[in-house]
Design a protein around this ligand. Structure first.
Ligand code: FE2
Length: 371
């Protein structure tokens, strides 16, 4: 069904108002294919909002009904197939005009979400049958590969024999595979560099050495870029657990999750790098906590906890001492100081007066609780 075929001499068709939609020299799919998709998409979207007897739905169903049956009258049947954003109607690749592009793209995305790649009308359909079908389509679960089976079953139950749907076929080109591999490789490199950097930083701070701020900022920019390209790759890396270097991995993971969260809530790209830096250094105060307490295999005593609870203050002090942080400094201090405070300030350190949790503190709190 995917091969193109020569141009058919389509019958002269008339749209709802009885006007020809295009010149008679064009093939039927070329003439009416895009219009068919546009009407389909409009009705499908409207079915998300209105009930099936709504006046708007009546009008859109009639529009679609007329164009589908016009196709069937001329060609005996109508099949629609979507392959990677390209539409084929009755096996003919549908030409796309610039002003139709967004409709076709939206429709193909909508169908991809529903995992439906093919719709066939074997004979003329009734308006009610079409309405049933559209509401079945509209109510489908997203990303369920069995959706086509569900629809076909439901059509059978309703004794609608003229409509059959098929599964969406995924075609991934070699270039896409290569570029996603490259993307994963880069994300991995960034991730392990980040861990190494936090390690280096911790050593540097301990030994009162210079901290390589430029390198840190650069890495965070790379992390932001990786997340913006493909959130899933870097987030799956963030699940790696290595207990020997727990704090380092944890800090990198917190930075990654914080960036992903920040991106979701619309924080601008430059601030996302800052957020990542604040995430990476949020636990930097732990370098002042004796390692025997951090790695204690037994339960911690109340005294141990009292020491551990000081790490947000130690972290804020450490960051304050690094002069090169510049405008980043205040946000990083908040990230370190606030990350165990909790939203109602019931956490630690105890505050002498109430205030709101900083935005960076709020964001970093969430992934920092993940263990
Ligand atoms: Fe912490």
């Amino acid at each position: 069904m995917t091969e193109e075929r020569g141009l058919d001499k389509g019958a002269e068709l008339h749209a709802a108002k009885g006007e020809p939609l295009a010149s008679s020299q064009e093939s039927l799919p070329a003439k009416l294919g895009a219009e068919l998709i546009i009407r389909f998409y409009r009705l499908l979207k409207a079915a998300d909002f209105y009930n099936r007897n709504n006046i708007h739905i009546n009008k859109l169903t009639l529009d679609l009904f007329q164009i589908i049956n016009a196709f069937i009258q001329a060609e005996g049947a109508l099949s629609l197939k979507i392959i990677r954003d390209t539409f084929f109607s009755n096996k003919i690749r549908m030409p796309m005009k610039a002003d139709q592009y967004s409709f076709l793209k939206n429709f193909s995305q909508e169908m991809a979400k529903k995992c439906i790649g093919e719709i066939e009308f074997a004979a003329e359909v009734g308006e009610e049958e079409l309405r049933d079908f559209i509401y079945l389509l509209a109510l489908l679960e997203e990303k369920n590969e069995s959706n086509y089976l569900f629809i076909n079953k439901q059509l059978e139950v309703r004794r609608i024999q003229n409509i059959v749907v098929g599964k969406l076929e995924f075609f991934i080109s070699q270039e896409e595979i290569a570029s996603s591999d490259e993307q994963k490789r880069q994300a991995k490199k960034t991730y392990f560099h980040s861990i190494h950097l936090v390690q280096e930083m911790a050593e540097g701070v301990k030994k009162q050495k210079m901290v390589n701020i430029r390198k840190a900022k650069h890495l965070m920019e790379n992390t932001v870029n990786s997340i913006m390209q493909d959130e899933s790759t870097i987030l799956s890396l963030a699940n790696i657990k290595n207990y020997d270097e727990y704090t380092f991995n944890h800090s990198v993971n917190v930075a990654i999750y914080a960036i992903a969260l920040g991106q979701r809530i619309g924080i601008p790209k430059k601030l996302l790098s800052h957020l990542g830096m604040a995430g990476i250094f949020h636990d930097s105060g732990k370098i002042k906590i004796p390692i025997e307490i951090l790695n204690k295999p037994e339960n911690l005593t109340p005294e141990d906890w009292a020491v551990i609870r000081r790490h947000p203050v130690f972290g804020a002090e450490t960051i304050m001492r690094v002069k090169e942080w510049g405008e980043l400094s205040a946000r990083m201090i908040h990230g370190a100081f606030d990350h165990h405070l909790k939203f109602d300030l019931s956490g630690y350190p105890k505050l002498s007066r109430k205030r709101n949790l900083s935005l960076f503190g709020k964001i970093i709190t969430l992934p920092s609780e993940l263990r």
